[in-house]
Design a protein around this ligand. Structure first.
Ligand code: CTP
Length: 132
């Protein structure tokens, strides 16, 4: 039986921390599905638009070797629906979310992976724009 893994993120200004979490998520199963968060969701959540549009971010993530399918994550409240729709056996999240998704343990396994230290999209934007 195929073991499907699902993970979510913005993946804006794609960096090695993104790559590693995707590689590690893929290693937990046979098939990896990635929910890429919509521009509107990011604007609501972070108060700014991503540097790259949702179509560009979807295109980048879809092209990665460990990724089998991508979809647009339109709302944080629909996580359960996405997990069920994509028949995920495992939900992978970064450990900045540790404990926050345990409610889905009735439909899938929930795994939190440690983040790659010292890199984030926010830090990169600040570095590039000279505000860091
Ligand atoms: N991630 C990671 N290590 C990092 C940065 C991100 O493992 N150094 C993981 C997150 O835990 C998440 C995925 O990559 O599972 C997508 O994270 P995202 O929020 O898009 O990236 P960040 O770099 O954290 O973005 P921001 O600075 O805007 O919060």
């Amino acid at each position: 039986m195929t073991r499907t893994v699902i993970t979510f993120g913005t993946f804006d200004v794609f960096h090695v921390g993104h790559l590693r979490v995707i590689q590690r998520a893929a290693a937990l199963g046979d098939r990896l599905v990635v929910g890429v968060s919509a521009d509107a969701l990011n604007e609501r959540k972070k108060g700014r638009a991503p540097v790259f549009t949702q179509d560009e971010r979807l295109e980048i993530v879809a092209a990665l070797k460990p990724v089998d399918a991508v979809f647009l994550e339109e709302s944080l409240e629909q996580k359960r629906e996405y997990i069920v729709r994509h028949e995920a056996d495992v939900l992978v999240m970064g450990d900045d979310w540790a404990g926050k998704f345990d409610e889905f343990e009735d439909v899938c396994e929930v795994v939190y992976l440690s983040r790659t230290p010292a890199i984030s999209t926010t830090a990169l934007i600040e570095k590039i724009s000279g505000t860091a």
